[in-house]
Every structure is written in structure tokens, then in C-alpha cells.
Ligand binder design. Sequence first.
Ligand SMILES: Cc1cc2nc3c(=O)[nH]c(=O)nc-3n(C[C@H](O)[C@H](O)[C@H](O)COP(=O)(O)OP(=O)(O)OC[C@H]3O[C@@H](n4cnc5c(N)ncnc54)[C@H](O)[C@@H]3O)c2cc1C
Length: 358
Amino acid sequence: MKKVCIIGAGLSGLVCGMRLAKAGFEVVILEELTSPGGLMASTHMGSEYIELLPHHIRRTDKALHSLSRELGIDNKIKWYDAFWYGRASRKKVGYFDGGFATLINLLIQNITDHGGRIFYSMSVSEITRKDDGTYLTSCVLSDSRKYETESDYIIFTGSCRTFVNVSHGLPLTMNMRDQLMNITYHSRICLMMLMKKIPSDAYIQLKFPSNKDIPFARIVNHSACFQDRNYGGQIVYLVGKCQISDPLWVESDQKIMENYFRAYRSVYPAIKKSDVKSWRLTKVRYAVSEQFPETDLSEPIDNVFVCSSALTNNESSSGVPENRMDRITALAGEICTRIISKEKMNSEHKEEIVITAI
Ligand SMILES: Cc1cc2nc3c(=O)[nH]c(=O)nc-3n(C[C@H](O)[C@H](O)[C@H](O)COP(=O)(O)OP(=O)(O)OC[C@H]3O[C@@H](n4cnc5c(N)ncnc54)[C@H](O)[C@@H]3O)c2cc1C
């Protein structure tokens, strides 16, 4: 049985894990965090799950819909009228009953049902190629111990820059290394607040009455669109673009929260601090890639794949990266198809050799 080591338990790592475990591969997923989901990770809120970053589905998300059908959860996607304040547009957006945790948990269940294993708190520090053509992935554990695993295939799902940093032991060409390293990313800071009541009916607000000194670029009124559910209040996200060179990036969560909340109050002066029941801040270093490479970089060397949304073309006409979950689901599917067909060709080739020998 051929073994695949997948780095990252976000959407792409889990989709690859499920597809390949179902196809009979031995699957090992290594995740540096303590829980799955990556950018789509959720937390408990009341008796529900809620994403740490705001997410929704579009009707045009073909690969994501087909994945939901395959998992039998397409009936759990409910459609809502969403008003974009600032673009004056109204769109239908979808959200899973139970949140995106419904999708993530089911992917994990499918992986483990087919013998795949997921290890958390394992930060991959190096990938090397052995003389026999297989790969060795080394991790640093939270208690500084080392863990190593051998595999026939590697799928890396973190940022392209992180891939370059962990792949010094791989014979990548200088040109390939440079192209992957040149993919630059925007960072994001997102403040999620559980409020007694949110003061807007719009789903997404892109323009604010006073634009001065507002550190966030959009307000996402999750509960205004997807209704109250059982969070014990209403959810709002304040999502900001932030360079890591910005002094705000290194501030404490408390300081950033105060800074964001002050700006939120300048938009809604009636809001009081006591209206916030709880909050959580999320910082994402490699959130959105700035450009799409001209050449295909998804298999930089034989049997090592990079499955990153930075490598998928963003066809959005508005200039705002959209449908990234869909693009990454499609890329994960394509990479798995390539691995499965490579294995098929290898075994046909072996059969031919045996027949010739006979
Ligand atoms: C604020 C925000 C809102 C978004 N909203 C939407 C939306 O509404 N619709 C949409 O389509 N898309 C949206 N997206 C994009 C969507 O979240 C991503 O496209 C998708 O989650 C990417 O999944 P992934 O598995 O490719 O990457 P990730 O989710 O980043 O997963 C990569 C995983 O790899 C792990 N990892 C990285 N390096 C290592 C290492 N060295 N060792 C071990 N593990 C490692 C990480 O911890 C992570 O868990 C949004 C993104 C952001 C930032």
C-alpha cells in the first residue's frame, strides 16, 4: 500500500486525505495546530459551532457542492438573502446547518473510517528525499521532541513560502524555489464578537459613515444573514487587512480588540462595551495570496505536491478574491486524481515487466 503524507488539516488537506484514503492509500496528516480546519476552523459558541473567520458558500461553488453531495450534506446547506452594503448588491449565500464544522467533521470521519490518521501539534520542519526516491518528513512536537515519517507522496497545504522553508532537503530547481518564494501574501486580523444585538441588517458592510482611522476593511454581520441560531447572542466579525510590518500586528489581542472596538463605535456610537458578551481575535499571517503564478507549480518535484489556493487562478472580476474554498477543493481533487493515476500506471508497468519476464 502506497503511503501519502499530507501536511495541514485544513480543507485541502482533509479533502486530499479523504480521497486518497478511500482510494486505498495509507494516509497520514500532520497538523501543527491542536485542532483541524485551518482557515475554516471553528469554536464552540453556546450550543453551536462558529467559524473563527467568516465563511459562506455561493451557488457557483461547483466543487464544494459536489463534495457536499458526496458526503450527503448538501441538504444541510441553507440559502439566505445577503445584502452587501457598500456595493448595493443582494446575493444568495449558503451556510451549513451546524456551520462549516459539519463539513470538516465529516471529512475527518471519512478519513479515519478508511484507516487514515491525523496527528495534531506536529509542525513540519523539513522534507527530504531519500536515495530510494521516497520522502522523509520531520516534525517538531510542542515538547521539542522530533517525529519522522516516510512516505511515497507528499502533499503540502500550507503557504508556498512555508513550503520553500521546509524543503531545503528537496532537489528543487532554483527557478521553482524562486517562483514559489515570490508568491506574496496579505495578512488578516479578524475580531469575532458575540453581541447582545448587532446594529445592522446588512450581511457585509464595506463602507462606513466615517472612514477615518478604521483599521478593518469590512464588517460581516453573520447573525443578520444566517439568523440567531443558538450562540447565546449575535455574531459580528470585523475583518482587517494588516501588514505584518504594521505596529498593530504585534500588539496584544486585548489592545487590538480595543482598537477595533473603538473604530466600531465610531460607526455605531450607540454600541457599548457591555453589549459585547465575548470576543476572540484571530491573526492569519498567510491569508490571501497577492498574485497567481504563470506556470503550474503544484508538483515542484516528482511526487511532491503543493495544494494551495495561491496556485489556483482567481477569476473574480471584482478584484476581490472569491470562492477560494471552491478553488482549493477542485485543486485537491485534481492532485488526488494525478496521484491515483500515477499509481495505476506504475502497477500496469510492473505487470508488463512480469509478463515480459515470463
Ligand atoms: C477572513 C477570511 C474569510 C474567508 N471567507 C471565505 C469564504 O467566505 N468563501 C470562500 O470560498 N473562502 C473563504 N476564505 C478562504 C478559505 O478559508 C480558504 O481558501 C481555505 O480554508 C483554505 O484551505 P486550505 O486547506 O488550503 O488552507 P488552510 O486552511 O490554511 O490550511 C493549511 C493547514 O496547514 C497547516 N500548516 C501550515 N504549515 C504547517 C507545517 N509546517 N506543519 C504542519 N501543519 C502546517 C496550518 O496550520 C493549516 O491548518 C476566507 C479566508 C479568510 C482569511
